[in-house]
Ligand binder design. Structure first.
Ligand code: GLN
Length: 541
């Protein structure tokens, strides 16, 4: 079978779930027996997402091979339950970089390098190379941004060219939005019609339209869109708001989306199996208990909504694990600056505390106080990267008595640099060699025998994904262990600290890596499972 490529674009407004829709279609086609992969194409000139502010752009997701990419790759991995790699992510920056480097090497042999021809060709080349690397029969290609803006035209042009050369192998799915203005009280389809027509102006006829709205789209509006845009009404798929994003593929499948797609691709399904997925969704929806989890970090003035995007994988990982303990988690953002002014009393009543990854100085003392509160009051604590580093700082100050202990990220002059930076990283910072130079991607760990860490993983070795510059200072290992904060895992050479845990505490674990990058709805991460188990016990207490 030829490689099939399904482009996915979005219209009307951003943030309506293009990544989840792409992931859902990918999952459905996988459940029909095909090898599937997905690509995210971001229109901006950044070469990767590592230099983007997560508060503006959402979480920086990291793959095994160290690629720092858009958070949608996290959705793809979670829905597909597959590891992806750097071929699954592209930006206009990467495309231009390759085209210009090729031109400088006389790769175009004297020909004029054309803005609207050569970059789309490079995009197409990369799509097939991704299919090859991932051995995929079907590639989902999600076009970042919204139809109608200039930035993503090169990706649409790649779509148009491919459709011309292989019409039977290429489809386009357009995700659009139907508002229900409160003053009218009726679902309006005009913006959706406009976005579909705008796509047509770029030379692309949508094969399917996913109609996002608060509620299901009725037949009347489907007819309207169908007539105005030259589509069959049955190819307009209703995509209402749902409680859990994991319901979305099931909702699409109730409208026979995978059959309809395969029919247009002139391909027969090989099987149909969503049983595990259905069991998982049912468990998530029917969980009866609640537990309150505090996420402590510096607050960003753009509001809670943006914050939750910046820590998407952490939130999803908690959800994956929580349902196994019959829990619907209630997560609350606690501003560490508030702890600095009001004290850690604000943490009263929480069943678990998480300090997620982070950078920089602002409001860090509030984070340290939150960790002290969790340690002294036996509240389950889970520190992720920065959260492990600050747990080490807190322990050094309040248990070992080194009052000025710190990470050199915050106080380069501290007499007790518990967390410090290694020479190679120092040079990167000094020479502003800052793109893709952190400790990134999968690193193997080995565990110390008899630790919670070993018990939880049921393994003495494994691999987790990283994204940081600073490390635990080995000079303090012995002292820490003597006083009860155990180094529970290191890199396989024993050199870099990968995890720490407190003795005689219900659950106090800090990890230098990001376990949330590997949690999947069908395969919750063991550390998140252990944390949620402790949270559920804490609730009973
Ligand atoms: N700022 C810390 C470092 O660079 C932690 C980074 C993180 O939490 N991802 O090491």
């Amino acid at each position: 079978m030829n490689t099939k490529i399904i482009f996915v674009s979005g219209g009307v407004i951003s943030g309506i779930g293009k990544g989840v829709a792409t992931s859902s279609i990918a999952l459905l086609l996988k459940s029909r027996g095909f090898k599937v992969t997905a690509i995210k194409a971001d229109p901006y000139l950044n070469v990767d997402a590592g230099t983007l502010n997560p508060i503006e752009h959402g979480e920086v997701f990291v793959l095994d091979d160290g690629m720092e990419c858009d958070q949608d790759l996290g959705n793809y991995e979670r829905f597909l339950n597959q590891n992806l790699n750097s071929t699954n992510y592209m930006t206009t920056g990467q495309i231009f970089k390759t085209v210009i480097e090729k031109e400088r090497a006389l790769g175009y042999e004297g020909k004029t390098v054309e803005f609207f021809q050569d970059p789309p060709r490079e995009i197409i080349k990369r799509i097939y190379s991704c299919a090859k690397v991932n051995r995929a029969e079907i590639v989902l290609f999600e076009i970042g941004g919204t139809v109608g803006e200039y930035q993503n035209l090169l990706f649409l042009e790649a779509n148009r060219l491919l459709k011309l050369s292989s019409p039977r192998d290429i489809l386009h799915v357009h995700l659009t939005y139907l508002p229900i203005p409160s003053s009218i009280g009726e679902m309006k389809s005009k913006p959706a019609q406009m976005s579909i027509l705008q796509l047509a102006q770029a030379g692309i006829h949508a094969d399917f339209v996913l109609a996002r709205s608060q509620v299901a789209v009725d037949d009347k509006r489907k007819e309207k869109i169908a007539i105005a845009c030259g589509l069959a009404a049955e190819d307009i798929i209703s995509a209402p708001d749902v409680e859990s994003i994991y319901q979305i593929p099931l909702n699409f499948e109730n409208q026979e989306l995978s059959d309809k797609i395969l029919e247009k691709l002139k391909t027969k399904p090989r099987k149909s199996d969503l049983s595990d997925w259905k069991i998982m969704v049912n468990r998530v929806l029917t969980a009866k208990k609640t537990a309150k989890i505090a996420m402590v970090g510096k607050y960003f003035s753009t509001g809670d909504f943006t914050l939750s995007d910046a820590y998407l994988s952490v939130i999803e990982s908690i959800r994956h694990a929580a349902s196994h303990f019959d829990i619907k988690p209630k997560m609350r953002w606690i501003d560490s600056a508030q702890i600095e002014t009001e004290g850690s009393g604000v943490l009263k009543g929480f069943d678990g505390i998480i300090v997620p990854g982070g950078f920089g100085v602002r409001a860090v003392e509030g984070i340290v106080s939150a960790i002290k509160y969790a340690r002294e009051n036996n509240i389950p604590y889970f520190g992720l990267c920065y959260g492990m580093q600050q747990a080490a700082v807190e322990f050094a100050r309040n248990v070992l008595g080194y009052k000025d202990a710190n990470t050199t990220e915050i106080n380069p002059k501290t007499k007790h640099p518990i967390i410090h930076i290694m020479q190679s990283q120092k040079d990167n910072v000094k020479y502003k060699n800052l793109g893709a130079t952190m400790r990134l991607g999968a690193w193997e760990w080995k565990t110390q025998k008899g630790t919670t860490f070993e018990r939880v993983y049921k393994s003495t070795t494994g691999s987790e994904r990283h994204r940081h510059r600073y490390e635990f200072n080995n000079k303090y290992r012995k002292e820490f262990e003597k006083k009860g904060l155990i180094i529970s895992a290191t890199t396989t050479d024993g050199y870099l600290v990968e995890a720490m845990e407190l003795k005689n505490h219900p659950f106090f674990v800090g990890v230098q890596f990001h376990p949330e990058l590997k949690s999947r709805p069908l395969r919750p991460h063991p550390l998140y499972m252990a944390f949620m188990e402790a949270v559920s016990k804490q609730k009973k207490r």
